[in-house]
Write a protein that binds this ligand. Structure first.
Ligand SMILES: [Zn+2]
Length: 369
């Protein structure tokens, strides 16, 4: 599961003087029903080789990286991953692979360190969810992040069984039993309270409405707001089923959320100046450090120009309107804009749905007052 720790490790990684080759390739069966990604890879490689400007051992290492990647792409099936991230430095015999569920833009980059920018955007734009599957006496807690799930812990409570013992009425036993169940739910609530310190959200997986309501009674108030919904699930459901149900609920929740944000953006934009739509206006707002939240289609790319002096970007202006110097050509200014916005504390939200993204010309932003 992708995490800040992995990102940090890769960010500090270097094998200089050699370069590291990084490939992001969309291998999703949906976008590549006939394995089209193999052709896309060949194009990426061709463009890359045309601009390759290296010598000697360093060049040799990069060329071996390409060969290694090509072999993998030709021979390996990437399972359920939609994007595969491959990193390689042949001179040092170093390789790294990250299969991902989200669909990322295709990119081939060589640099002194692994190219991790799209990964860091993913972490910025997505928050983890916790799934709690509850029963009386047992609970399992799972962490879900961008299409992957893993178990974080199982919490069991010894619930006393009802049996005959001198002096105890059936009602006493019942009460004793119920007390243990409440202790158990409290323990689960405490576990979640400790885990959830940031913007994570909660999905409840329950076996009965009684369990849910008793659990909610002991769950701290601040965690109630984090619950996005409930799914019917058994404690011993297979992990694939748990993942699928959780995933579907989260996807629907996020699609609603982004839908609302886009509607809100359009209304705010129509009313006045606190929201911008389209690349050009977003570029100005980013330059003025006014962006509070940036919404962008996850496949959006656009070549353009960037000012060498103040970094202003534009899809078409060749001279910087801020400093009147000639701007430099860039193959894609969208990622650069996102980067600038994040540096200036903007939130990032990805739009996965193409039609939805078109409503705001693929990119838009809420501004600070
Ligand atoms: Zn400038």
């Amino acid at each position: 599961m992708l995490s800040k720790e992995i990102l940090k490790e890769l960010g500090n990684f270097s094998l200089q003087p050699y370069f590291i080759t990084t490939l992001y390739l969309n291998v999703s069966p949906l976008s590549n029903p006939k394995g089209e990604y193999k052709i896309i890879w060949k194009d990426l490689k061709k463009n890359f080789l045309e601009s390759l400007n290296l010598e000697g051992e360093i060049k040799k290492s990069v060329l071996s990286d390409l060969e290694y990647i090509e072999n993998l792409i030709d021979q390996v099936s990437f399972g359920s991953a939609n994007t595969i991230v491959l990193m390689s430095c042949s001179a040092k015999d170093w390789r790294y692979q990250i299969p991902l569920y989200p669909i990322l833009k295709n990119k081939l980059v060589i640099d002194k360190d692994p190219y991790t920018r799209p990964l860091s955007y993913l972490i910025t734009a997505n928050k983890p969810y916790y799934l709690v599957v509850l029963s009386r006496g047992d609970a399992r807690v799972f962490k879900y992040f961008i299409g992957e799930i893993r178990e974080e812990g199982e919490i069991k409570e010894e619930i006393p069984k009802k049996h005959k013992q001198g002096g105890w009425e059936a009602s006493d036993w019942q009460r004793w039993h119920e007390t243990h169940v409440i202790w158990h739910f409290k323990e689960v609530a405490e576990f979640l309270d400790k885990k959830i310190q940031g913007e994570e959200k909660i999905v409840l997986g329950t076996t009965s409405p009684k369990n849910t309501s008793e659990f909610l009674d002991v769950l701290p108030k601040r965690l109630h707001e984090k619950i996005i919904g409930e799914i019917p699930i058994e404690l011993d459901s297979p992990i694939n089923e748990i993942l699928e149900k959780t995933h579907n609920m989260i996807e629907a929740h996020e699609e609603n959320e982004i839908n609302d944000l886009i509607d809100q953006l359009i209304v705010t934009n129509a009313k006045g100046k606190e929201a911008v739509i389209g690349l050009e206006d977003v570029a100005h707002a980013v330059h003025q450090k006014r962006v509070r939240m940036i919404l962008v289609y996850d496949q959006f790319e656009q070549p353009g120009f960037q000012c060498p002096s103040c970094s202003f970007m534009s899809p078409y202006l060749e001279n910087c309107p801020y400093c009147n110097v000639k701007m430099e050509k860039r193959a894609d200014i969208v990622d650069e804009l996102i980067e600038e916005a994040i540096i200036n504390n903007s939130e990032l939200k990805y739009i996965k749905n193409k039609e939805l993204a078109e409503k705001i010309k693929n990119i838009g932003a809420f501004l600070r007052f």
